[in-house]
Ligand binder design. Structure first.
Ligand code: DGY
Length: 324
């Protein structure tokens, strides 16, 4: 008998076909997110799960699923998984690094340009029938080329953003928990700054830090107050890294010039304060959403799942100590 697995959200046919070669697959192709209770109930008789980053895997769920051996996230960020709780129960946890790097970096740049050059505001103006002709001071924005770009989190995706910044003649600053080696800094032409110095000096601040207890509200009122009044903040990392209420206040008061947001605290719920603001570009967690990349993410998660239950050595294992 084939092992039983759950696919918790809609995936591509090719992903299901890959999984079906090895497993008896129950899949949620209606793509309605399961409640915590329903997810636990459906996983109770499964050996593995291919899950989305909006499914929470915690100790309470794991205690209801004693046969579970692997949870395979379709996504690189894994703050939805309590990895220590998985490890202590012998459950392997995996993610999908690498396959989405360039798509997320492309999107980050798109959001930088859309925000600095007021692209979506211009579209709304046009669609609302407000355009009566072009004039010199119409919808003036900030330049991207030649600007100082401050990147929080110069990891894989941050480095791909820095590579794109070189084409725009930007001055790249970064902040990580500790500075990178000199050769890497040279490759990306990036200079290390403290958190405070990066906020003070940057024209555009991009957040690419993983979410954790440590990065929760890493950007709040105090940090926004350090930024230039002409500065732009871009969050493509995770909701909760920015204190959204504090950002809304700063945008309203024009303490910073604008923001571009792809992720939110408590998403898919959105702080309604964003909706009345013209100086924010909003998108619904789309940074990795190109068709080839989303296919690569789903298929990578599927391969992790197959390897977890066949060889016990999935390529993107987050907790090698969990192998049993
Ligand atoms: C990720 O991979 O973490 C993206 O944010 C998609 O959820």
């Amino acid at each position: 008998m084939k092992p039983r697995i759950l696919v918790s959200r809609e995936v591509f046919d090719e992903t299901l076909a890959l999984l079906a070669e090895h497993f008896d697959v129950e899949s949620n192709q209606t793509d309605q997110r399961f409640s915590a209770d329903e997810l636990a109930a459906r996983l109770a008789d499964k050996q593995a799960a291919v899950i989305s980053t909006s499914d929470r895997i915690d100790a309470a769920l794991l205690d209801r699923c004693p046969g579970l051996k692997a949870v395979c996230n379709v996504g690189v960020g894994y703050n939805n998984i309590d990895v220590p709780a998985c490890t202590s129960r012998g459950v392997m946890a995996t993610n999908t690094p690498g396959v989405l790097t360039d798509s997320v970096a492309d999107y980050t740049f798109g959001l930088v340009i859309a925000t600095c050059r007021r692209v979506t505001e211009g579209e709304h103006y046009l669609r609302d029938g407000q355009w009566k002709g072009t004039y010199l001071k119409q919808m003036l924005g900030q330049d991207v080329h030649g600007a100082t770009l401050g990147i929080f989190g110069l990891g894989r995706i941050g480095q791909a953003v820095a590579k794109r910044a070189a084409g725009f003649d930007m001055n790249v600053l970064y902040h990580n928990r500790s500075p990178l080696d000199a050769a890497t800094e040279k490759t990306f032409n990036a200079s290390y700054r403290t958190k405070e110095a990066l906020l003070r000096e940057s024209d555009i601040v991009v957040l690419l830090t993983p979410y954790s207890a440590e990065s929760h509200h890493m950007i709040g009122a105090a940090e926004l107050a350090l930024m230039k009044p002409s500065a732009v903040l871009i969050n493509v990392a995770r909701g909760g890294i920015v204190d959204d209420a504090a950002l809304i206040e700063a945008l309203k008061a024009r303490r910073i010039w604008a923001a571009g947001m792809d992720v939110y605290e408590n998403e898919p719920a959105l702080n309604p304060g964003f909706l009345g603001l013209k100086n924010v570009v909003l998108s619904p967690h789309l940074a990795s959403a190109s068709e080839p990349t989303r296919k690569a993410m789903a298929n990578t998660a599927a391969r992790n799942c197959i390897a977890a239950l066949t060889t016990g050595a999935p390529p993107n294992l987050l907790n090698p100590e969990a192998r049993r």
